[in-house]
Every structure is written in C-alpha cells, then in structure tokens.
Design a protein around this ligand. Structure first.
Ligand SMILES: Nc1ncnc2c1ncn2[C@@H]1O[C@H](COP(=O)(O)OP(=O)(O)O)[C@@H](O)[C@H]1O
Ligand SMILES: [Mg+2]
Length: 512
C-alpha cells in the first residue's frame, strides 16, 4: 500500500506541487528516498528515524521506500522531513490514513521530534490554498502561513507528538494569527544632515519615483549618512508589493518570526560581496541581494570598489526587473525590481574635487576619470541622478538643524507616489507603482513635454550623447519632478532639472 502526502518544491518563488509517496513492504530492512533530492533530502532519513524514535514510534523492520514525484523536478532543502515522517506514520497507523488528505505539508525535524522552521512557508501556503488544501507547517512559521488567506486551515504544531494528539482529538491546536512586524526603534532622520541641499533634493526625487541615484563627493561629506536616511522617506509598500516582497523574503528565510512588514526593503551589501551574494544562486538556489531589495533600495557604498564583473551583472536586472539564474539542471527566475542608490569618492584619494587640491600623482581630472572608469558606461547610463555632495564647511555644521526633517519630505514623496500609482492603475497597469518602472511607450505618452521642454531635450540629446535609454530615463525623471510639483504637464523647468542630473558617459570614457 502506498500513502501519499502533498508537499512542494521551490522554483524561484513559486511552490510546485510534489507528491511524497511512502511504501512499506516486506523485504530487507532498508529505508530509501528517491526522486532527485539533494544532500539535505538524503540526510532526512536519519532525522526522520531519530524523530520518530523520540516520539515513541519505531520504524517497522521492513522495506521503506519514499518517492518524491515528479522525479524530474530537483528537490532541495530540509522541508521534506515532515511529509516523509507523516507518510510513514500514516502507513504504520500512528495517525488516521485520511488525516493528511487535504493538507500540504512542510517542515524540518529535529532529532527529539520537534518541528523546526523552514524557508518558503508563505509561497507554500499560497500554493496549498490555491489547490484547496490546508497547510501543516512548523509552529514558528505559522504566522507567515496565515497570511495566505483568511480562511486557510493552518496546523502549526511544535512537535510530532502535538500533531498526533491533534489528530486524535486530545489536544486541539489553535490556528496561528498573521503577524505584522512593528517598526523597531526610530530611524535616523534627514534633519541630522547639515547642508547638502542639492543631494537632499535628489534623494527626495529618487524616493518619489524609484530612480537610480549616485552620490559623488569627498570622504566625510555625509554620503553614507544621506543614504542611511533614505528608508525614513520612502513610501510604504502597497499590499500587492508587500506580498511580492514577502514571498522572496520567505524563500530566503528572511522573515523574522514569520512576521511581515510594509517597510520597503533597504539592502546595503559590502563592496566585497560576491556575484552569487548579489544576484543570487550559489550551490543552493537562493535569492540574492538584488531580489531581497525588490520594490526597495539596493545601496552600494563605495561603488567603484565592487568587482567590475559583479557590477556589470546588475545591468540586465536593472533593465528587466528580474534575474534569471541558470543552474546545472534547471533555471530559476527571481523578481529584482530594485532602485540602485550608490555612493563614491571622486577619486582614489577622495579629494580631487576639493578646491585648491592638487593630486601629486597626476592631474586631478585624470585621477577622477581613472577612478570613474572602473564603472562601465552602460552601468552609468542606467543611473538617472548623478549628484555632487561637496564637503561641508565647519561653519555649516555649527548651524542649527534644518527646519525640515524626514517627516515633511516623506509626506511629499508619498503624495507624488500616490499620483503615480493612480496614473498607472487608470491606464490598466496596476503592477506598475512608480515612474521608474513604467515601460518606455507608456512614459512617452504620460510625460509628453510642452514645446519649451521639447526644445530643451533636442538640444541636450546632442550635448549629452543621449541614448534611447537615456532619453526615456530623462522623461521618467522629469515626470517624477512634475509629480512632486503636482502638475499635469511636464514643463521645461522639470526637464531642465532632470537634465541637470545626467552626465555624458561617453565623455567620461574618453577622459580616462
Ligand atoms: N552634512 C553633514 N551634516 C552633519 N554631519 C555630517 C555631515 N557630513 C558628515 N557628517 C559627519 O561625518 C560622519 C561621516 O559621514 P559619512 O556619511 O560617513 O561620510 P561619507 O560617506 O561621505 O564619507 C557622519 O557620521 C557625521 O557625523
Ligand atoms: Mg561613506
């Protein structure tokens, strides 16, 4: 006789149905697991054996075969422990045969029979709900599973024994409640930054439209400080975005206590980060920093210090909003619509732009061009706002704090973002939440400049050697500036400001 238990395998952030088939037959005493599992799946036999023993259930002295179907879908991870154990328990009569019929099961077992947290519970719960199933998952992941739907039946036991008692009816478990992570502590406030008015303005525009930003200035000017204050002005995630972001963080095992949050992600990997850490992949498929920054910010401090290949791997996701990772036997796609915010010094020593400073190795201009040449033209072309953050004078630092803090800026950003969300929803594009994410054809229609603006762009496109991409990026930026202004039409003032943030990448390349 074969017992079947439903579980899932993850492909990117999708949970694909997997059938765990357990057969107990007479013959040699062996316990085998087949079905294209990885090392963690092979080792699950030992955990299952020990956990059943600890729960007072010995494995029968028979031939136990476990098949994970479909056999051609790779299975990774430790979450197959629980469905395998429950399949065996049903086969030996420790739980009723039909108890598992309408459940999808996932969880890892500890040797003492407790059920430990696993990654991917949220996508698994959504997949289970779509199949009309309930979900059996670890207790720690219960609050995450409860998000899948209001009436999904979630059983989140702490141990095998608790689950057995539940099925017997001696100890009925309470359903878990969806948890929200409350904002922990206070965030640093934009009010702490003295001076740097143009950098603050650029930060506000970037937050309002989801545009890519590069801050360039000498060490100690407050670039890292400004970037650290970006989360305090970003608009909260919409419910739709919240779900997408949480799915990725669930698969990455990044949802603390199974609680979701409407804060936009802000990821700041160190410049020594590897390609796998940044874009995803590695021996086990895992979303990288760019996917964890989906619908949020990827902050790369000291941008030229990142490995050039790592930086160039960002080019394609910056354009498409997703990243495809080829593995040995399959290919996974993770969403990665992130906003790139970066900071850099103008040159290696950092002071080439200081007034009166002369580099003693070579002319300042050359020093600057060489450092900038570490960044490829195509990457720079994808950055909409290039902003200088000059050193702040001591006299400025002694001024009283600015009147305007994060709260005021956040309110303007939220208003501008609301205009964008409404605009794209009215155009039948509810998935697009910012100007930066709008397709070129749409942006041409919604950012139609007036006559003066058109003349400006025509003029600048020669001067700045604008690519087609550059042109569309200028329109998007000007649209955001107009949205901050709450004006319907993109005017020449908006376009002029947008153009002022653009650099000529071909000239930089020639100077180096
Ligand atoms: N504009 C500023 N206003 C107030 N403090 C500043 C400013 N710029 C720098 N500082 C001080 O200098 C420190 C270093 O700034 P940081 O942002 O790390 O510089 P950068 O990243 O540009 O090298 C900050 O922690 C802060 O104490
Ligand atoms: Mg810094």
């Amino acid at each position: 006789m074969v017992v079947r238990v439903a579980t899932v395998a993850f492909e990117g952030i999708e949970a694909r149905p997997v059938d765990v088939q357990v057969q107990i037959a007479n013959g040699n005493v062996v316990f085998t697991v087949v079905g294209l599992g990885d090392k963690a799946v092979a080792e699950s036999r030992e955990r299952v054996r020990a956990a059943l023993n600890a729960s007072g259930l010995a494995l029968p002295a028979k031939r136990i075969t476990v098949n994970l179907a479909p056999a051609d879908l790779p299975k990774e991870g430790s979450h197959y422990d629980l469905p395998i154990a429950l399949g065996i328990m049903a086969a030996i009569g420790a739980i009723p045969q039909d108890a598992l019929q309408n459940y999808t099961v996932l969880g890892e077992l500890a040797l003492d029979g407790t059920i430990t947290a696993v990654t991917g519970v949220l996508p698994a719960a959504i997949a289970a709900n779509a199949r009309g199933h309930g979900l059996i998952c670890p207790q720690a992941s219960g609050p995450e599973a409860a998000w899948a739907s209001q009436d999904i039946d979630v059983l989140a036991p702490i141990s095998l024994i608790q689950l057995v008692n539940h099925f017997k009816g001696t100890q009925v478990m309470a359903p878990p409640r969806p948890a929200i992570r409350s904002a922990v502590g206070t965030q640093p406030d934009l009010r702490d930054v003295k001076g740097q008015e143009s950098a603050k303005r650029a930060l506000e525009i970037a937050a309002a439209g989801g545009h890519n930003l590069l801050l360039n200035g000498p060490p100690g000017a407050g670039k890292s400080m400004l970037a650290a204050r970006l989360p305090s002005i970003l608009p909260p995630l919409s419910p739709r975005e919240l779900l997408e972001v949480s799915l990725i963080h669930s698969v990455a095992g990044d949802l603390a206590g199974g609680a979701l949050t409407d804060r936009r992600p802000f990821r700041a990997p160190h410049h020594s980060a590897s390609m796998a850490a940044l874009v995803g992949g590695g021996s086990r498929a895992r979303p990288g920093e760019i996917s964890l920054a989906h619908h949020g910010v990827l902050f790369l401090d000291e941008l030229p210090e990142f490995q050039p290949q790592v930086l160039d791997s960002l080019r394609q996701p910056l354009e498409t909003g997703e990243v495809a990772i080829a593995r040995a036997n399959h290919r996974v796609v993770y969403p990665a619509r992130f906003q790139l915010v970066a900071a850099m010094n103008p040159c290696r020593c950092g002071h080439a732009t200081d007034p009166g400073f002369a580099c003693n190795r070579q002319p300042n201009a050359r020093c600057i061009a060489q450092y900038l040449a570490r960044l490829s033209g195509p990457l720079l072309d994808r950055i909409d706002l290039h902003v200088e953050a000059p050193a702040v004078a001591a006299a400025d630092l002694m001024l009283p704090p600015p009147a305007e803090g994060s709260k005021e800026v956040a309110a303007r950003v939220a208003a501008a973002r609301a205009i964008q969300v409404r605009r794209y929803a009215e155009l039948g594009l509810p998935g697009i939440g910012s100007n930066a994410a709008a397709p070129s054809a749409v942006i041409e229609a919604v950012a139609q400049p007036d006559a003066g603006g058109l003349a400006l762009v025509r003029d600048a496109s020669d001067r700045l050697h604008l690519s087609a991409r550059g042109f569309h990026r200028i329109l998007k930026l000007a649209r955001t500036i107009a949205d901050l202004d709450a004006t319907e039409r993109v005017g020449s003032l908006h376009l002029a400001e947008a153009l002022s943030y653009r650099i000529d990448t071909t000239r930089q390349a020639r100077a180096a």
